[in-house]
Design a protein around this ligand. Structure first.
Ligand SMILES: [Zn+2]
Length: 380
């Protein structure tokens, strides 16, 4: 059984250990040691990474009751190796995990709900609560949680006797009492947990609840603490600063500025639509009458105004009335006729002009990869 140094000192960053086993796996090696500061994945927290004897350890997991270090190269059994943890990563995780305990403890004591799911990812931390909470509830919990941080009380982690455990009101009360480990944030939470935590509440830094949404009859809360919250703040600040400069609006008023811009954009879209319709009507009005096919090229028109153009110009032609928008190699078309069955002709047009489209016997629409000269040669 490997000695768990992370239980003796959660800030243990370097250690020496003897290699007990080294098994080759698919592209990596599973190393077992007589002692380790690498925490294996558990309690919603990923396994640690770092180096052993200079070899990269990319993950740590517990398998069959043994802690396995997943290494990129083998280590000789019996050798003593120096282990170095990626402590910056571990510390961020401890900050978030400890913050989660305080939040879950507060929600439990204030509202009686339980934490039924916890995920501690590289960029996102989520807590699932089995009851509905409002935005105001969560602002209250967040404020109290940060008060707890400011008190900077020592965190206690210990293995209680079965008797002591039975008498304690801890969360996540498991049926097992053997090997049960409790983590206490005095005055806020006692919870069964196998993961390493910060030593005092102040080490968590800020606790920030972000979004929340209804989830399986309760809520899923997104949260960040400490370093992850600071980086997140920087990312959001940079984005808001840029938007504020682009909109010439105060940072706290960018949402209103975007709403105004959206409104302006929608009215521009309506105006452009009306102008395209007027252009189509004007082109149709000025088209010359013909007993054959009538071809009209209007690069700026969209699908709706192309149809308007064709419908308005159709009475002036005895064959196919065809309108095209776009440019050589990429035309959209709309064709109508009172004398030609266009549904039957669509395939031949598509083959001749490298396009596709469809519709009714009276009208077809689609796209063509031909150029104007090819279109005119084929249809005139
Ligand atoms: Zn925990």
């Amino acid at each position: 059984m490997t000695e768990k140094l992370y239980y003796i000192d959660s800030f243990c960053k370097e250690f020496d250990a003897r290699v007990l086993a080294c098994e080759a796996a698919d592209g990596y090696f599973e190393i077992q040691l007589d002692r380790t500061a690498f925490f294996p994945e558990g309690g919603g927290q990923f396994g640690d990474s770092g180096t052993l004897g200079g070899v990269e350890v990319f993950d740590t997991k517990e398998k069959g009751g043994e802690i396995r270090h997943y290494a990129r190269a083998p280590l000789a059994v019996g050798d003593t190796v120096h282990g170095v943890l990626d402590f910056a990563k571990r510390f961020r995780r401890m900050q978030c995990h400890s913050g989660e305990h305080i939040i879950s403890g507060l929600i439990h004591s204030l509202y009686g709900f339980d934490n039924v799911g916890f995920h501690l990812g590289e960029e996102d931390v989520t807590i699932d609560i089995n009851g509905v909470l409002t935005d105001a509830d969560l602002r209250r919990v967040e404020a109290l949680a940060n008060e707890a941080v400011a008190k900077d009380l020592p965190v206690r982690a210990w293995f209680p006797s079965a008797e002591d455990a039975a008498a304690l009101p801890y969360r996540a009360k498991l049926t097992i009492t053997e090997g049960l480990r409790l983590v206490e944030f005095p005055g806020y939470d006692i919870c069964a947990c196998c993961a390493p935590h910060v030593k005092t509440g102040g080490q968590i830094g800020v606790i920030k609840l972000l979004d929340f949404a209804n989830y399986k009859g309760g809520v899923r809360i997104h949260m960040l603490c400490g370093e992850m919250a600071r980086e997140d703040y920087h990312g959001r600040y940079t984005a808001v600063k840029k938007i504020s400069e682009l909109l010439s609006a105060k940072q706290c008023e960018v949402a209103e500025a975007v709403e105004r811009l959206k409104g302006e954009n929608e009215s521009h879209i309506r105006e452009i639509g009306a102008l395209k319709k007027a252009l189509a009507e004007s082109m149709a009005a000025s088209a010359a009458e013909t007993s054959g096919n009538l071809l009209l090229f209007a690069p700026q028109l969209d699908a709706v105004s192309l149809r308007t153009l064709v419908n308005n110009a159709l009475p002036k032609c005895g064959g196919i009335c065809a309108a095209f928008s776009g440019s050589d190699g990429a035309y959209n078309f709309c064709m109508a006729s009172k004398t030609v069955n266009l549904k039957e002709k669509a395939k031949a047009i598509g083959e001749a002009l490298h396009g596709r489209g469809g519709g009714s016997p009276e009208m077809i629409c689609g796209s063509l990869a031909a150029n104007r000269a090819e279109i005119e040669a084929y249809l005139q």
